[in-house]
Design a protein around this ligand. Sequence first.
Ligand code: GDP
Length: 304
Amino acid sequence: DKYKDGLSKTRKSFSEKINDLVARYRTVDEEFFEDLEEVLISADVGVSTVMELIEELEMEVKRQNIKDTKEVKQVISEKLVEIYQGDDDQEDHTDLNLQENELTIILFVGVNGVGKTTTIGKLAHQLKSEGKEVILTAGDTFRAGAIEQLNEWGKRVGVDVIKHSEGSDPAAVIYDGIQAAKSRQADVLLCDTAGRLQNKVNLMNELSKVKRVIEREVPNAPHEVLLVLDATTGQNALSQAKTFSQATDVSGIVLTKLDGTAKGGIVLAIRNELGIPVKLVGLGEKMTDLQEFDPHAFVYGLFA
Ligand code: GDP
């Protein structure tokens, strides 16, 4: 199962530590919770999320009158799923907002190196194998090699890539992408953008220019603005998420490289602290290593 394999590093470190705690303490007490707090923080669950979780756990343990640490494991996973889902039923929101019989435009944002191009390639492959006509747009005209890299993915997956030369206006490329998608009656247009972050005002201006072009050409688009974050960067990913969500309306997160980290708890921190749903997760470098995010599968993958 993809989740189990992709999360093996996190699972190994997480479940080893939890099992160790359970063996060491046997009975649930104050110190047990303190140590559990540390285990969760070391998995990058995020301090405020951990505090919330511990409080809920303490209440639940009291309510159910649980004494044995072995029984606490089940309660931990239940509470993790609950915390991920938040107050309202977030489950539906993890699905991509794909239009039926109409063009869907998805904009990808994020800093260089997080796996944006790879994610676009993987998603193109997935959509194409569902029978959808997909077009890619090389809107990262800033980073050297970005256009060529997207082009390579296009070839590999077998979808067209609309591109201009390096240094050209991203909004103009995306405009062309939209025209191509319209004339070919494509189902989905996946748009790459530049990942410059050194200046928030620049980033904001560039993204709003691109969005204005899209909004003008296709009503109600973009249908998704997906922020790509690298799970191996831990709390840094969280601060990137804050910056981007201030610069533009982010509708969902793609968390890449979960296979490369023992700190997969960052997923929970992002959902809980920013209120932005994680929609897709990258669990490897292959074309097929992109999965829809499923809170249950994720949390149970941690304990499996
Ligand atoms: P971009 O600069 O954001 O477009 O990043 P790239 O798509 O070029 O990806 C940067 C590196 O991360 C590449 O070597 C990718 O193969 C790798 N990568 C992307 N997603 C994943 C993932 O889910 N797992 C792993 N292990 N590597 C990934």
